[in-house]
Each structure stands twice: as structure tokens, then as C-alpha cells.
Design a binder for this molecule. Structure first.
Ligand SMILES: [Zn+2]
Ligand SMILES: [Zn+2]
Length: 262
């Protein structure tokens, strides 16, 4: 299994990275499968450096904040209007997300019909599927186990398993008991670290570097800890130092454009 960080800027796109987007790949049945986890602002451009957009097997949206989902509107244009298809209807891409994903993305895209006329205006292009906490689903070589986390909207972290490896992604969350089961015995834990201790006092939104490391320690068996979702206004070294105060191993930071082998 391979993880490519397409975008990792926290909360909004930064000068060096789009907002959240992670390409997860594994070989199965004679080809490479492409799972796109989150598709935040600016990510659709950078994603094309790594794969052809026609080769996306499925998309998983951790939640419906713009920095995790909004470039689905750009992909809709590719699906609907790409002249290379010669008018042939697109393959509907499965999109897993919270309740209301289809309607929310339709409104974000500016569909003008009323909801009673056209409740899911993007349905011809995308096969929207509701994600439910604790209910796993499979996509080719991947098993995805979503888990509700601690964020102001319906938000999921997820364990992604393939090739006998486990990638964990917290999505956006503050500390919560769900992180124990989510992160336990993972090969790589990609953990929200948007906040800084002493600066961001609001609870129930994001982890800090320190709380990210604490979650990994409490879970147990985390082999690689990688901080992500760090906004452009943060000094990354502060987040790393916070985590190093708790985590005895190397503290990695997600880097845009980098591929990690699990
Ligand atoms: Zn976010
Ligand atoms: Zn969020």
C-alpha cells in the first residue's frame, strides 16, 4: 500500500500545498487501485500530477468542511464535460461520505433546480454512499473502517487496510476515545495537528501536536506517527516539538507531493 500526500495544508490551501487530499494505492487483480481520501480546496490540480482523473476508483470524504470536499465540484466538471469521452456517460465514481453529502455537494456546485425537482444534481456523475461509523466497506484491495470522531460536524476518521498493512487517518478531530481503536496497531497514523497548545483554547475541533502524540501513545502499536492538517499560519517546528514531548519515536510531518510506502 502506498500513500501520496496530494494536499495536507490545514483548513485552507497554503502556498506550498492544497488542502486535505491523500491518494492511497495498492495493487490488486492485475492493476493499481486508486482511492482518494478527501478532496479539499486546490487538490484536484495537484492530484493530476500523480494519476489520470479517469483512474479514480473511489473517493472517501471524511467530512463536509470545504477543505476536505470542495474540489469534488471540479471533478464533476471533468466527469460531465470532458470532450475526450465523445458524449459517452461517465463511469459513476463511488463517493463515500457523511449523510447529506450528495445534497451538500450539489448545492456547492450551484445546481439551480429546487431540491424537490433535483435532490442530488451530481448523481449521474457520482455514486454517493453514506458512511456509517463502525460499518466497514471494501473497495478492491482496500477495507475501510470509518469511525466517528470529535469535530463540530459529522466527521470520520478511518482505518484503511490493504496488503496486510494499516493506514490510519484521523480526519479532523480533537481528542476522543474513538482514537484508541482507530489508531491501534497501525503502520502509519496520519493525525490532525492543526492546533497549538496554549494558543488554541477551543476544544472539540482539532488535535494539537501534543494531543496527536498522546492519542497515538494511548492507542498503542502505532509504528509511524505523521502530523498533518497544519495550517499555513503555524510554525511546524512548534507542532513537532509538542509531539516530541510525548512520542519517543520519530515525529514525521506530512509533506505535499511525497509518497510513503507502508
Ligand atoms: Zn480541515
Ligand atoms: Zn473540519
Amino acid at each position: 500500500m502506498r500513500l501520496t500526500v496530494v494536499g495536507c495544508s490545514g483548513s485552507f490551501a497554503g502556498p506550498d500545498s492544497p488542502a486535505s487530499c491523500y491518494l492511497v494505492q495498492a495493487e490488486h487483480a492485475g492493476r493499481t487501485w486508486n482511492l482518494v481520501v478527501d478532496l479539499g480546496n486546490g487538490a484536484l490540480g495537484a492530484l493530476q500530477r500523480h494519476i489520470d482523473l479517469d483512474s479514480i476508483d473511489a473517493i472517501v470524504l471524511s467530512h463536509l468542511h470545504p477543505d476536505h470536499c470542495l474540489d469534488l465540484c471540479g471533478l464533476f466538471v471533468v466527469q460531465k464535460y470532458n470532450p475526450a469521452r465523445g458524449g459517452i456517460p461517465p463511469r459513476r465514481i463511488p463517493v463515500y461520505g457523511p449523510a447529506d453529502t450528495a445534497a451538500r455537494m450539489s448545492r456547492a456546485n450551484g445546481v439551480t433546480l429546487s431540491e424537490s425537482q433535483d435532490p442530488h444534481g451530481l448523481d449521474p456523475e457520482f455514486d454517493f454512499r453514506r458512511m456509517v461509523s463502525g460499518v466497514p466497506f471494501t473497495l478492491g484491495p482496500f477495507t475501510v473502517r470509518p469511525q466517528r470522531v470529535n469535530h463540530p460536524v459529522e466527521a470520520f476518521g478511518m482505518r484503511i487496510e490493504a496488503d496486510g498493512r494499516v493506514l490510519c487517518y484521523t480526519g479532523d478531530t480533537d481528542s476522543c476515545t474513538a482514537l484508541v481503536g482507530l489508531l491501534r496497531d497501525s503502520d502509519l497514523a496520519l493525525v490532525d495537528s492543526a492546533f497549538q497548545e496554549g494558543r488554541d483554547a477551543t476544544t472539540g475541533i482539532h488535535l494539537s501536536g501534543r494531543r496527536a502524540a498522546q492519542a497515538a501513545v494511548e492507542a498503542g502499536g502505532v509504528r509511524r506517527l505523521m502530523l498533518t492538517h497544519i495550517p499555513p499560519w503555524n510554525d511546524v517546528s512548534v507542532s513537532v516539538a509538542e509531539a516530541q514531548g510525548v512520542w519517543s519515536g520519530e515525529v514525521e510531518v506530512a509533506t505535499q507531493g511525497t509518497t510513503y510506502e507502508l
